[in-house]
Design a protein around this ligand. Structure first.
Ligand SMILES: Cc1cc2nc3c(=O)[nH]c(=O)nc-3n(C[C@H](O)[C@H](O)[C@H](O)COP(=O)(O)OP(=O)(O)OC[C@H]3O[C@@H](n4cnc5c(N)ncnc54)[C@H](O)[C@@H]3O)c2cc1C
Length: 498
């Protein structure tokens, strides 16, 4: 225990970001912090955000939440990757799966062996060598080290908030219900001093976490931190969300289906499917977008389509004065690769790593936090932009426009390196690894002209049998797995029996 006064943390907002922050800070700061969360039932939450990436396990493990309990409580299903349907052109699809594709030989990466195999005409499609892809296509799933299937969850966001709220409250987090009507700042330092609820109740603190969603009440409105607009790179600006009935057992992957002015998501849960249409309003009217969505549901709609307007980009600083923004209050990138919840998680980890002992000297922590957060967001942005710019949907004005988008330099360099010999170099601890970039580059039709000379270290006659053995191993292993529904039942059923 240090000598400084305890942290008085006030979290504004009780969506996924707010309750993730409350649960994580309560778990890791323990008695060193008193934590208060303010939320408004009248305003509510954004109510979407149901697909994750495998890093979500770090949250469960860090909090000590049992997986079976979590899957049961949140109606979750397992996710092996995302199917991108029609993104290159109508009728073609690929899966961006978690984990690695194939296996390299010594220092020679698998993709290089595959490129060489393709050149000599002995290779199947890249996805045929990925266990996650093959299992996803067959609707199979299994747990455990031997299964070697990295996975994430699809879950019901409102139920996740309930789980996290209970966890946080059990660890002493105080919750206030009410509308924040103003934010008081210290006249000398400009720091936030208190939130005023409904014009009278005052909630004071020394560290504030802005989780107020798109409103960004503290960081954006009160502290006046500007917004860096990325809509010239990612022009979609509206989402319509609707829930529908399940008509078949849920598949173990998210679907992202290209539409004339954007794309549609399908996120299968145990009890329903989450659907949405993300589109660019400059190319499609909302009524038309709603029609496209409703005509392309698998099951009967359970709700009316709800419109959510957004501008892609982020706050120029994620931490200003004594306030850190998380979630939508920090910025927004469309859910094409399910990265927003992860960004909340990684920002919380960064905050815990940088939080100084003495709150009177935040400047170093703040500037490192802002630099690292900025780099993390930019690399994800580049990955999302890649999906749009490398399309071959010719003759559709939105997609034609996307092919003309001027690339961020960082992305242009990555594409150039890949086009040359299928190479990729990871920078700045970026979230997506070589395998993810490789799958999406190939899936979007970026075709390397050659391959690395490393791949010539394997005798030509060995390439075909090697590739065939990798593809066969993936097929045999996937076929031996239970179906996704059986795997779910075994986990949730076990819990019911316990
Ligand atoms: C269309 C869409 C699809 C998405 N899909 C995914 C996905 O698949 N995967 C993923 O990782 N992420 C996804 N996201 C992002 C994800 O939904 C958010 O990152 C996540 O839900 C966190 O939201 P939030 O808590 O920041 O905001 P919100 O859920 O909007 O919560 C804001 C909170 O602030 C409170 N509040 C606001 N103003 C006040 C006030 N004046 N007084 C008191 N309280 C106030 C509200 O009541 C609420 O509790 C998606 C987002 C959108 C828009």
């Amino acid at each position: 225990m240090n000598d400084n006064p305890p942290l008085d943390i006030v979290i504004a907002g009780g969506g996924t970001a707010g309750w993730m922050a409350a649960a994580t800070l309560a778990r890791f700061l323990g008695d060193h912090a008193s934590i208060t969360l303010v939320e408004s039932d009248a305003i509510g939450t954004v109510g979407v955000g149901e697909a994750t990436i495998p890093q979500i396990h770090n949250l469960l493990v860090g909090l000590g939440i049992d997986q079976a309990e979590f899957v049961d409580a949140t109606e979750a299903t397992f996710k092996l990757g995302i199917e991108f349907d029609g993104w290159l052109r109508e009728g073609e699809s690929y899966i961006h799966s978690f984990g690695t594709t194939g296996r390299g030989a010594g220092l020679i990466p698998f993709r290089q062996l595959w490129l060489r195999g393709r050149k000599i005409g002995v290779a199947e499609s890249f996805g045929a060598y990925g266990l996650n892809v093959v299992a996803a296509r067959k609707g199979r799933f299994a747990f455990g080290k031997d299964a070697n299937l990295p996975y994430a969850f699809h879950f019901d966001a409102s139920k996740v908030a309930v789980v996290l709220r209970r966890y946080a409250e059990e660890r002493g987090v105080k919750r206030y219900e009410g509308k924040i009507s103003s934010v008081t700042r210290d006249a000398a330092t400009g720091d936030i001093a208190a939130l005023v609820l409904d014009g009278d109740r005052r909630i004071e603190g020394n560290l504030f976490i802005d989780c107020t969603g798109f409103a960004s009440l503290l960081l954006g409105k009160s502290l006046g931190v500007g917004f860096e607009d990325w809509s010239h790179w990612l022009p979609c600006d509206t989402a319509l969300a609707v829930q529908s009935e399940n008509v078949a057992p849920p598949p173990p992957f998210t679907r992202s289906i290209a539409r004339p002015a954007g794309w549609q998501w399908r996120i299968p849960l145990q009890h329903r499917t989450g659907n949405g249409h993300v589109f660019c309003s400059a190319y499609m009217e909302q009524d038309e977008a709603a029609r496209v969505l409703l005509e392309n549901l698998d099951g009967k709609p359970l709700t009316d389509p709800r419109a959510i307007r957004f501008t892609t980009g982020h706050r120029r600083e994620h931490w200003s004065h004594n306030c850190i923004a998380l979630g939508l209050a920090a910025g927004f990138m469309e859910p094409l690769e399910s990265t927003s919840i992860h960004l909340v998680q990684s920002a919380l980890a960064r905050l815990l790593n940088l939080l100084p002992n003495d709150l009177s000297n935040l400047s170093t922590a703040r500037s490192m936090f802002n630099r690292l957060s900025g780099a993390e967001w930019e690399r994800i942005r580049d990955f999302l932009v890649l999906h749009y710019v490398a399309n071959d949907r010719r003759g559709e004005p939105f997609w034609d426009h996307c092919r003309q988008i001027e690339l961020p330099d960082t992305l242009a360099e990555k594409i150039a390196l890949f086009e040359e010999s299928g190479l990729f170099v990871r920078e700045d601890d970026e979230l997506f690894l070589d395998d993810s970039w490789g799958q999406v580059m190939l899936g979007q039709g970026i075709d390397p002209r050659g391959y690395s000379p490393l791949a010539d270290n394997v005798p030509g006659e060995d390439i075909g049998p090697f590739l065939a053995s990798v593809a066969k191993a993936a097929r045999v292993k996937a076929e031996a797995m239970p179906t996704h529904a059986e795997a779910l039942q075994s986990l949730v059923g076990e819990r019911a029996r316990a």
